[in-house]
Write a protein that binds this ligand. Structure first.
Ligand SMILES: *Cc1c(COP(=O)(O)O)cnc(C)c1O
Length: 439
């Protein structure tokens, strides 16, 4: 563990142009570095000095989980694609030629799963409202335009397509008036979730422009901010020039009578070791905000119960509330990071069983799929058949929330779409097949 200095002042991003030097530091040879750079033409790469100097254990790279969290791996994409892209790089092909080849690979990676582009985009009259998603009645997601990057990118990010300059895949808005108008027309919405990217990449003055117009809306009970800044750049709340102003802005949300839920993404216990994180957490809690934590379960990064139980314990002692363990979504190099549902359930159960009830606010493993958030409650035997027991934590159709249902046990299934119903001919969220009436 490298923790040599105090706060690093001044945010500095490392991008693809620094990749080769960083890969040398991880001890990769010429051919290996070329193949990783080939992957980085397809998937986004970005990290920063804090992650590099404080989170990664370079003596354990490239196997170190923090290294794997931000650095692309040569085997994340199909071998033939990597070989072709590596050859283009080796031959100094033109930027246009490399981009075209990378684009073709991306289009095979399911860039927007679960009907995100069309199914959840709300409409004002006949017009779709860009930069918003409204999937569950009580919560609207908003993607602020200036919040569409992060302090570092996670290799497993399900929103990776937004960061690689695929123009028609981006959705974001700087139109807070449209958001306010939409909320007024939808009094059932009690919460707005700012997401991205990472909204905390925005400076205080920009963030304020988004938050302030919402504070007068009676209907809003909560404002959430989904962010990995506590893991990737805790200076944001401690030593950045606008840290104090940001905390005052948080306090003003609370003073307006809203629950400010800071949804912190932590992937690994090491992200909470730094004393900087401790001060950032305590300063955020000092504003009256609540910090809830969530992360996906990722093979080779946090696929063991000890990683989760130590995260939840540390979160509890720092004053944060464990919220969700997600199943990695069916996008991008999912095969690479996927943990089978059966194994995911075991990891969740073992971790959950080993912590205090105060940590058991966490739910999961949960799949954010097209019909809703599907939780794997367990594997059991019913009437001689081995089955998964599941329920919807959240659903497009609120009538389906909290009702148990069953799927045939399949040790290899990694996502909802791999499952088949048990004791029924369809899942509750699937439409009944219209039976043909006798003539
Ligand atoms: C998870 C999620 C929410 C929030 O659901 P909660 O159960 O309230 O945390 C809202 N919208 C979308 C699209 C989501 O995936």
């Amino acid at each position: 563990m490298i923790l040599k200095e105090g706060p690093t002042r001044g945010f500095r991003a490392y991008t693809a142009k620094h990749l080769d030097d960083l890969l040398r530091r991880a001890g990769l040879g010429d051919e290996e570095r070329l193949r990783v750079r080939a992957v980085a033409t397809v998937l986004p790469f970005r990290t920063n000095a804090y992650v590099v100097d404080h989170l990664i254990d370079w003596s354990a790279a490239p196997d170190d989980p923090m290294y794997r969290l931000v650095f692309p791996q040569a085997d994340m994409l199909p071998e033939t694609d990597v070989t072709r892209l590596a050859a283009l790089l080796r031959d100094d092909a033109s930027g246009a030629e490399i981009q075209a080849a990378a684009h073709a690979v991306r289009m095979r990676l399911n860039p927007h799963p679960a009907g995100q582009l069309d199914l959840n985009v709300p409409r004002a009259g006949p017009k779709p409202v860009p930069g918003m998603q409204h999937k569950y009645p009580e919560t609207v997601l908003f993607f602020p335009k200036q919040g569409q990057t992060c302090h570092a990118y996670c290799t497993y990010c399900f929103r990776w397509a937004q960061f690689v300059g695929e123009p028609d895949l981006k959705f974001a808005s700087d139109d807070v008036a449209t958001l306010v108008g939409y909320l007024k027309e939808h009094p059932e919405v009690t919460g707005v979730l700012f997401t991205g990217g990472d909204p905390m990449i925005m400076g205080e003055s920009v963030l304020r422009r988004y938050l302030e117009p919402l504070l007068g809306l009676e209907q809003l009970e909560s404002i959430r901010i989904g962010t990995k800044s506590l893991g990737y750049w805790p200076q944001r709340f401690v030593s950045d020039p606008d840290a104090d102003d940001t905390l005052r802005l948080f306090a003003s949300v609370v003073e307006a009578g809203k629950n400010l839920a800071f949804m912190a993404h932590f992937s690994h216990p090491r992200e909470m070791e730094s004393p900087l994180v401790e001060s950032a957490v305590s300063r955020i809690l000092g504003t009256g905000a609540v910090i809830r934590t969530q992360a996906p379960l990722i093979r080779s990064i946090n696929d063991d119960p000890g990683a989760w139980s130590s995260m939840w314990r540390r979160q509890l002692t720092l004053g944060m509330v464990p919220y969700y363990m997600f199943v990695e979504r069916d996008t991008g190099p999912q095969d690479y990071f996927a943990v089978p549902l059966a194994r995911g359930y075991e990891i969740f159960r073992d971790a959950y069983a080993s912590v205090s009830g105060l940590c058991r606010t966490v739910r999961g493993p949960s799949m954010s799929a097209t019909p809703g958030k599907v939780c794997v409650d367990g594997v059991t035997e019913i009437a001689g058949r081995e089955v998964f027991v599941l329920h919807l934590i959240q659903a497009r159709d609120p009538d389906l929330v909290g009702r148990p249902f069953f799927a045939r046990y399949d040790p290899k299934a990694v996502w909802l779409t791999d499952l088949r119903p048990a004791f029924a001919d369809r899942f509750p969220f699937e439409p009944a097949v219209a039976r043909r009436l006798p003539a």
